[in-house]
Design a protein around this ligand. Structure first.
Ligand code: ASP
Ligand code: MG
Length: 455
């Protein structure tokens, strides 16, 4: 029997009208199926802020709980007509909200947010939405069962705020827990450590939850409902003539997510690629449609050696280290990357030469990284520069760099618009090449490349 995993993200759970679309979409799936849900739109952000606020301000706890309760109540009111049933569901909702209140009070009393409490608190966005979705679906004649990650054994490596799911251990647990011919609803975004601590998977983590669950139960596909029309040849807000991309390889989708079109949590692809489980991206604007906008990872149908998409991110900055022979002195790179990794800075890319090493980072990490390097006091570094007036433009496509002439066409198209390229790297991945331009040139660069390859 084919098992499917289906995920609804926060952008599918924004207004009461969105829930009608979700119900419609859910009706298309026969059991066995696992629905993974995110928190309602914006709820995780609110929880992040709330945790900080209640540290000093006890009265904020009631305000936060009240707002959360009302956001969910509003939807219950719209979808559960029967008064007794509504009362029962709201009582259950209230109980969960009160439990969250206890943790918030703990944070206030400690005037501190221990990691384990932070992750527990943030998981409440998903806990509330899964209760909401289960209650509404059951009321609408779609019987389903809520399964919490801690109860079914979705086990992680225990890293707070950025946990990785242990697929081996979880597979054994989940095959048992989710093995029936039923509809299950699982809150995304968190799992349980071996020490039985709630650990979240990083922002946007419910994509990754869905992918890991699919891996563990051997699903035939993962359907991700989004409020965007799948992947495109460029951001349609930047390039009006952008075309949809019906098929992508895992690597292409991963690189596109990495370099700009931040549609996915970065770990989403790994568990699926390992088992060849395709991802289908569906548009919640058409909840009855069976036609995915983009299919990722289906075997044998991805064209190679063409540019699929050009993308760009403003979240880029460069840390430049200069010094004679710095690029070949063996100790420099390990000390710098070691110190950065300890400080939880993610290095997005490194480009080096004989006399300089350039780290491409997220903008928010730039100043901190410069400080880290200064504190290392490495004798070979005689100058450190930081640049944040940059944007990273990337081209993505399987095999594109193996085809002669593509790089030349990209650079030519950009040069003809008199855009200065600040740094280039083409070789690090088989499916992506990227370069840096000044921020104000980014849109023109993307348009120039798109026009060159897509006409
Ligand atoms: N609710 C979490 C977040 O906002 C996880 C997710 O939406 O996937 O990051
Ligand atoms: Mg998301």
């Amino acid at each position: 029997m084919e098992r499917r995993v289906v995920k609804f993200g926060g952008s599918n759970l924004r207004t009461p009208e969105d829930i009608a679309r979700v119900i419609k979409a859910v009706r298309r799936y026969e059991p066995p199926v696992v629905f993974v849900v995110s928190a309602l739109y914006g709820v995780t952000d609110k929880l992040v802020q709330a945790v900080e606020k209640v540290k000093r301000d006890e009265a904020a706890i009631e305000r936060v709980l009240g707002a959360l309760y009302r956001a969910h109540e509003r939807i219950v009111d719209g979808y559960i007509e029967d008064a007794d049933e509504r009362k029962r569901v709201l009582a259950a909702m209230d109980e969960r909200v009160r439990k969250l209140g206890k943790y918030l009070l703990g944070v206030h009393c400690l005037e501190d947010i221990p990691n384990c409490a932070d992750d527990m608190l943030l998981s409440y966005g998903e806990r509330l939405s899964s209760l909401l979705v289960v209650s509404i679906l059951n009321h609408h004649g779609i019987p389903c069962r809520e399964m919490l990650p801690e109860d079914i054994g979705l086990v992680t490596d225990g890293e707070y705020g950025n946990a990785t799911i242990d697929l081996g251990v979880s597979a054994k647990n989940l095959r048992r827990a989710l093995g029936g011919n039923e509809r299950y609803v699982v809150p995304g975004f968190y799992g349980i450590s071996r020490e039985y601590r709630i650990t979240t998977l990083g922002r946007g983590g419910s994509d990754y939850s869905a992918a890991a669950i699919a891996h563990c139960i051997g699903a035939s596909s993962v359907d991700l409902w989004k409020d965007v029309a799948g992947f495109m040849s460029a951001d349609p807000r930047v390039v009006r003539s952008a075309v949809p991309l019906p098929r992508l390889s895992y690597r292409e989708a991963a690189e596109l997510s990495y370099f700009g079109a931040r549609i996915f949590h970065p770990l989403t692809f790994e568990p699926l690629e390992a088992k060849g489980i395709p991802i289908r991206i569906l548009d919640i604007g058409e909840p009855s449609s069976r036609r995915p906008r983009t299919v990722i990872g289906e075997r044998g149908v991805v064209r190679t050696d063409v540019i699929k998409s050009v993308t760009c991110t403003e979240d880029a900055a460069v840390l430049k280290l200069f010094g004679p022979g710095i690029g070949i002195k063996r100790e420099v790179l390990p000390s710098v990357t070691g110190a950065m990794s300890e400080a939880r800075v993610t290095v997005r890319a490194i480009v080096s030469s004989q006399t300089s090493i350039n780290f491409i980072l997220s903008r928010r990490d730039l100043a901190r990284s410069a400080r880290i390097v200064r504190n290392l006091r490495l004798a070979v570094i005689d100058e450190i520069e930081t640049h944040d007036d940059v944007a990273l433009v990337a081209i993505v496509g399987e095999g594109l760099l193996e085809r002669p002439g593509i790089a030349a066409r990209v650079l030519g198209a950009v040069a003809r618009r008199r855009i200065n390229i600040q740094m280039i790297s083409a070789g690090s991945s088989r499916v992506a090449g990227y370069f840096l331009v000044r921020r104000r040139d980014r849109t023109a660069a993307v348009r120039a490349i798109h026009a060159e390859f897509f006409g």
